[in-house]
Design a protein around this ligand. Structure first.
Ligand SMILES: *Cc1c(COP(=O)(O)O)cnc(C)c1O
Length: 348
């Protein structure tokens, strides 16, 4: 069944063990973030099999999908108060920034007869989640210290997700000092955007955890968007089927209206070209984060359910019914895994 997402589990395992090795000298442990691949259990198992000891996801449905994997589970988005009970059931720890939610978690713990670990988040500039006011954060810490059901596990911060604000040495040192003041050793200081700072020696020793999604799956850090040495960047591939193959002009032959952003598109006249249409579209993938394996194939564009390719320069004798393969990046995998139209297969 196409479109088909192919996950190379051997490559994913190798990426995980390589990343563990890269972070080790800096004293940084890894929580693998599974949200980009909707917590596919085979991919998550490959990571844990390679030595990853904690998995994190932003959604409870995803944590549910991996509940049978034996390792620590983190809910890395603040729990919805209405889902506090399921959060306590499915996650060992969660990220928190609201006293009302802590109270809801506490009540849920009592009902379940189970304790819950809390990681308090500080906002260090990205303006997504976290306390701006450190007094409020200390007060939340005190609340947790006085709770019979909650345990203060660590402090954390997130970077480069909403405003593309990056971590720096001073900010991380401040977060660590605050954590130590609150009596915790777990300092969870970022994501794939913090790797570059670590490699240049800018992450203070004592910062103990990174939460990594992109780096593990794609072998890519997120500050300069560099590929990391010795890691695979083709672990995730997509294959789709050709449903039309015709020579067509490269210039549309009609009056041109505006696209769905209200802009008028422009076209370059390259004469008659061989165009393929794939049974694949924006519903299934992000065409800006995928690259044909055949370097002589070019993506022209896509609508919801059709993708147009220029295959004129391809050396392969393509026919209708053949498949075309792509290497995928972050947003393409995100959408492929969320699309119920995309099948999956695994390379061991
Ligand atoms: C998504 C997410 C991550 C992982 O980010 P990557 O850039 O994929 O490494 C880490 N922390 C939080 C809070 C997240 O939401």
């Amino acid at each position: 069944m196409y479109p088909l997402l192919e996950a190379n589990l051997a490559y994913i395992g190798e990426n995980a063990s390589r990343m563990i090795e890269i972070c080790k000298p800096y004293g940084v442990g890894i929580t693998a973030v599974t949200k980009v691949f909707s917590a596919d259990i085979n991919i998550a198992r490959a990571m844990v099999g390679a030595g990853i000891s904690a998995l994190g996801d932003s959604r409870l449905q995803n944590l549910e999908a991996i509940k049978d994997i034996k390792c620590e589970k983190w809910l890395i988005r603040m729990p919805s108060p209405s889902e506090a009970q399921r959060a306590v059931e499915l996650a060992d720890a969660s990220f928190n920034t609201e006293l009302d939610t802590l109270k809801a978690l506490e009540a849920a713990c009592e009902k379940a007869g189970k304790t819950h670990s809390v990681i308090l988040m500080q906002d260090l500039g990205d303006l997504r989640e976290g306390y701006i006011n450190r007094e409020d954060m200390l007060r939340a810490g005190e609340y947790i210290d006085n709770s019979a059901w909650l345990r203060l596990y660590g402090v954390g911060s997130n970077f480069a997700c909403l405003s593309y604000a990056y971590a720096d040495t001073e900010k991380l040192a401040g977060l660590m000092a605050l954590g130590h003041e609150m009596g915790v050793k777990l300092i969870s200081a970022g994501n794939s955007s913090t790797i570059d700072l670590m490699l240049s020696g800018g992450v203070p020793y004592g910062v103990s955890n990174f939460r990594l999604g992109e780096a593990l799956l794609f072998g890519r850090e997120r500050a300069k968007y560099d590929y990391l040495d010795g890691m695979h960047n083709d672990a995730m591939m997509l294959r789709a089927e050709i449903i039309e193959l015709k020579d067509k002009p490269s210039m549309p032959f009609a009056d041109i209206g505006c696209d769905s952003h209200g802009a008028k598109p422009t076209f370059a006249d390259k004469g008659i070209r061989k165009r393929a249409i794939l049974a694949l579209g924006k519903v299934d993938t992000d065409i800006d984060a995928m690259w044909p394996i055949d370097p002589n194939i070019e993506i022209i564009g896509a609508s919801g359910d059709h993708m147009a390719l220029d295959v004129t320069d391809s050396a392969s004798e393509l026919r209708v019914g053949d498949t075309v393969a792509f290497r995928l990046g972050y947003n393409a995998v995100l959408r492929c895994c969320a699309s119920s139209y995309v099948s999956r297969s695994y390379i061991q």
